[in-house]
Design a protein around this ligand. Sequence first.
Ligand code: ME8
Length: 693
Amino acid sequence: MTEVSASTPQRFYITTPIYYVNARPHLGHAYSTIVCDALARSKRAQGVDTWFLTGTDEHGQKIERSAAQAGRTPAEFAAAISGEFRSLWQRLGLSCDDFIRTTEPRHIRGVQKLFSELRDRGFIYKGSYTGQYCVSDELYVDAPPGSPCPDCGRPTETVSEENYFFKLSAFERRLLEYYEQHPEFIQPEARRNEVIAFVRSGLKDLSVSRTSFRWGIPVPGDEKHVIYVWMDALANYITALGYGSDDPADQERFRRFWPADIHLIGKEISRFHCVYWPAFLMAAGLPLPRAVVANGWLLFDKSKMSKSVGNIVRAETVAEVLGTDALRYFLLREISFGQDGNFTFESLLQRYNGDLANGYGNLVSRVVAMVHRFFAGSLPQTGETGEPEQALRAQAERVIAEFQTQFAAMDFSRALETLWSLVAATDGYLTAAAPWKKPADRSEAEHHQLQARVLSVAAEAIRIITALAWPIIPESASKVWKQLGLGDLSQAAQQGKLQAITWGAMQPGTVFAEPAPLFPRAEKDAMERMQNLENENNLSAVAAVSQATPADAAPAPAPTVPASPAAAGAESASAAPAAPAPENPKITIDDFAKVDLRVAQVLVAERVPKSDKLLRLEVDLGYEKRQILAGIAQYYEPEKLIGRKVVIVANLAPRKMRGLESNGMVVAASVGEEGSPVLAGFLEDVPLGARLK
Ligand code: ME8
C-alpha cells in the first residue's frame, strides 16, 4: 500500500465501515476495526491529532426484514444489535473517538441536507425504476428478472417503483480523471483496477430512493420515499463530524477533520466507496477522501467468514481464552494485509505460543526477573560495551526505521516480522552472554559488570520493541512499560510522547515493578475451550438475538428514535407482525428429504457441569441410542424430560461441546419475544424411530 500522508501532518481521520445490524458482530468486523485502531494509535503516538470513527448501519429493507423475523420492531432490533457492537468494541479496548448510529437525529439531519443539496444542484431527478434488486447487498442489479445477484449469488427481486435518481452517469469522466491523478485513492492495486474497469464499462444513473418499505430516512419534502440505504450509510463519514449541523462546535470538527485520510473497508464494498461516494461528494462540492483502503477477507473453513454462510468465530471467544492482544497480534501478523487470509484455531495458538508466550513474553520476564534478582530491581549502569552490544544496537536502529516504514505502508505482517527479529536477536544476545551463570574463571566483580551491561542493554531493546508494538498489543505493552519502571505507556503514547524512538533512553537507577505474567502458555485445552464457547454460542445465538432488548444495549450518545414525525411514522408503520411470515427461499422435496427427522424418547436428562444453557440427553431411537446436547437448560427441568418423546434431526454431523459429543439436534419451536424453545411432540402415540416426512 502507499503510505497515506495526511493533508497536514497535524491531523488524521480514519473510519471503519459502519456495520449492518442484521446480525451480531464476528471476527471479520473485529478485523477491520482492529486495523483502524492500530493505525489510529500509531498516529496518536506520533503526536497527530487523530479522529477514529466507527458505527452501525441501521436502515433498509434487509434490517426491516431481519427485525420482523426476530419478532421485533426495526428500531428495537437495531438498538439491541448496535449495542452489541458498541460493547464489544469497548470490551476489546478499541480507541474509537465516536460511534455513529444511522438512526440518530444528527445523522438523519445530515443525510437529508445532503439529499437536498444534491437535488438543489440539479443532480437528483424523479423517474421510475423497474429492475432487479438484491436485498442482502442492498444493490441495484442490472440484469433480467430471475437473475441472481452478481455479488452474492442470492435471488434478486423485481422492483417497480417511482424513484429519485442521482445523475451518476455525469461523473464517469471526472471519476476516471480523479483515479488517474490520485493513484493512492483506491488501494490495493487489485481493487483500483476493478473499480476503474467498472467505471470504464459505463455508469448509469443510480436510484437513490425507495417507496416499497418505510424503514429509512424520508426524502425531505416527499416523505413517501425513503433515501437509498447506501446514500444514507456513506454519508455517516461526514454527518458524524457535524455536516448538516448548525452548532459551531460541530462545524469546527467538520472543518478540522474532513476530508478523511483513510476509509478502511472490506473489499466487497469497494464500488460503493470508490464510485458512488466520491460522485456524491463531487456533486455536493465537498472534498474527496484521500484513500479508500480495502482489507481482504478473513476466511474460515475456506470461505468468507459471514453470518449467512454460518462459519463465524466471535472475537469474544479468542479474547476470553487468550486475551485481546493475542487476537490483535494474530490478525495483523498472520494475514498479509489486503489479501484474503485463513483463520484457524491451530495457527492462532501457534502464533500465540511461539511469538507471544515463548518469544516476547518470555524475554521480558527473564530480563525483569534478573534485574530484581541481581540488582534489587534497580536498572544498573551499562558500563563499557563491546561488539555484541554494538551489533544489537545497530539491529535495533535498523528495525526502528524498517518497522515504521512497513507499518505506515500498512504492511503489518512484515512490520511485525521485522520487529520480532529484534525479539529473537535480544534473546540470542542474552543466551550468548548467559548473565545468570558465573563461569569459574570469571571474578565476582567481572561477572557483576557483565550482568549490568547485558541486562541494561537487553532492557533497552525491550523498551524499543515495546514502544513500537504498542499500537498492536496495547494492553501487554503497557504492562511491560510499567515493569520497566517507565510509568503509563498508554498515556504517554496518547499524548504523543513516543514521537522519536531512539536507542539509549533507559536511565540507570530506574526502579522496575514486580514481574507480572504477560502471555501464559496456552495448553491443549485452550483450543477446546474456544471451540466449546463457539458451539455453545451457535446454539443460543438465535434465541439471544430475539431476547436482546434495547435495555441490553449500551447507551447511545443520542436518542435512537428518528426525530422527524415522518420518520417516527415510518417506524410504527413497520412494526412487526406477531408471527412474521417466513421468507426463506423455497426448497425442493429432495432438499427436505436430506433432513432425517425421527421420533426419539429421552432416557437420561441432566445438566452439563459449568454450563447454564446445556442439557445432556440420552435418547432412544428404537434402532439405536445416542447422546445429544441441547441448549434448553434455561427452559426445561431435566427430570421432567425423562420418558418424553421428542423429534430429533438424526443425520446432523456430530460436534463437541464442553468436551462432550452431540449426535443430533432436538427440534423445538422458537416462541415469543424471548425466542423460548418449545419441544415438538405428538398427540397420538408414535413408535420410536418413526421418520417425519
Ligand atoms: O457492508 N473478512 O456492513 P457489513 C474481513 N453496512 N472483513 C470482514 C469480514 C470478513 N470475513 N466480514 C465482515 C456493510 N468484514 C455496510 C457498510 S459503510 C458506509 C456501510 C468487515 O456489516 C469488512 O470491513 O456487511 C466489511 O466491509 C464489513 O465488515 C462489512 O460489514
